[in-house]
Design a protein around this ligand. Structure first.
Ligand code: ADP
Ligand code: MG
Length: 375
């Protein structure tokens, strides 16, 4: 089943439902009914309905198995930042490692660019991990006795690229991530933030089709962390590189994600844009999770607007549909009257003080769904 959704940038997109079987044409990764079960006779769990539906605790008691990833389906679209968020132990690391088979999935289908990853032989997997999907880890994984430049060039070295070329390419990414001048230092002579920039540069140097991040910034101080988040946003804007970004931090997920998959006990409980997750939580768990998010900084006027009454469509300040509520409140306060939401010269609706504040105060939550905001 396909439906039209509106993402945080206000662009309309056609998306398959997360549990659907139809693969997006522009999918880099297509994941269907993926399971990873740890423990004895793990392969029995997904195929036995009486086991597959047990809670994590029941399954552990009955079989000694842990289902770290349970029947997960999604597409990572070309050019998007796909965030996987969830509390510690919810299965995020297992899921991202399954994508390149650093962890072998128990069952399900996994494609990259239409190619069957589960069917790849060793050389196919080597190619996948060295050239196509590069991973950035929380603990950097740097080689302590090598210089920054040689650490950054390491991925190319494994590929067998000659010294002169790999150093030249490494030098480019060293500059790109803001480490220019530090290329001869050893990792131990760098701050945590700088070390993570080296990790990021190393992943970028192989020019992968997709970057995979497993909580890369969790160990960093808040300010440095913010810096690194900005760096990721900048790289994404400038290069449009596809990214899968794992985090347990909701603010980070909302900041970076084009779409967010929220995991709980190995399952995806909701998959949607930040606006969908915050504005239309799928269940009580998600609602609790996003309770403290400042809604006006995530939701847009699309959610707040009401139909125009006679005459209103022609006057007043004009806002684009992806204007944040917080910016709209400012615009309405400044102009002293209602504002129009305009797209392609057409007035979609009106926002005034009352309907904007209703969203901030969550009075919109009980409103009937218009079918567009749901994930
Ligand atoms: N090698 C393993 N053997 C057994 N259980 C594991 C293994 N790796 C992870 N798990 C379990 O799988 C679940 C998900 O772990 P993980 O993917 O690391 O979660 P997250 O990255 O979200 O913190 C946890 O319950 C964890 O204890
Ligand atoms: Mg983890």
């Amino acid at each position: 089943m396909a439906s039209t959704v509106v993402d945080a940038s206000g662009t309309e997109k056609s998306t398959a439902t997360p549990t659907g079987t139809q693969t997006e044409q522009d999918a880099v990764f297509a994941v269907r009914h993926l399971w990873k079960v740890f423990g004895p006779k793990a392969e029995k769990v997904p195929e036995d309905a009486s086991l597959a539906e047990l809670s994590a605790q029941e399954l552990r008691e009955k079989t000694g198995c842990t289902a770290a990833v349970r029947d997960v389906s999604f597409d990572v679209k070309k050019g998007e930042v796909f965030v996987v968020m969830g509390l510690s132990g919810s299965g995020k690391s297992t899921l991202v490692r399954c994508l390149t088979r650093l962890i072998e999935p128990t069952s399900g289908d996994l494609e990259m660019d239409g190619e069957d990853v589960r069917g790849m032989d060793r050389s196919g997997l080597r190619e996948l991990r060295r050239h196509r999907a590069a991973m950035v880890f929380q603990h950097f994984g740097l080689l302590p006795h090598r210089s920054v430049l040689d650490n950054v060039a390491y991925g190319l070295e494994i590929q067998g690229v000659g010294k002169a070329e790999r150093r030249a390419r490494a030098m480019e990414t060293v500059e790109k991530v803001g480490l220019g001048g530090l290329e001869q230092r050893k990792p131990g002579q760098l701050s945590g933030g700088q070390q993570q920039r080296v990790g990021l540069a190393r992943a970028l140097t192989v020019d992968p089709e997709i970057l995979l991040f497993d909580e890369p910034f969790s160990a960093l101080d808040p300010l440095i962390r913010r810096d690194m988040q900005e760096e990721v946003i900048r790289l994404h804007k400038e290069e449009g590189r596809t990214m899968v970004f794992i985090t347990h931090d909701l603010a980070e997920a909302l900041l970076l994600g084009d779409r967010i998959a929220l995991m709980r006990d190995g399952k995806i409980v909701q998959l949607g844009t930040p606006e969908e997750i915050v504005g239309s939580p799928a269940d009580e768990y998600v609602r609790d999770f996003v309770r403290d998010v400042p809604r006006e900084q995530v939701l847009t006027v699309r959610r707040a607007m009401r139909p125009a009454e006679s005459g209103e469509a022609d006057e007043g300040a004009a806002l684009t549909p992806d204007t944040l509520i917080s910016d709209a409140i400012e615009a309405v306060a400044r102009s002293g009257g209602a504002a129009r939401v305009v797209e392609n010269g057409r007035c979609l609706g009106i926002v005034d003080h009352a309907c904007l504040l209703n969203v901030v105060a969550r009075l919109d939550e009980e409103a009937p769904d218009d079918g567009k905001a749901a994930a």
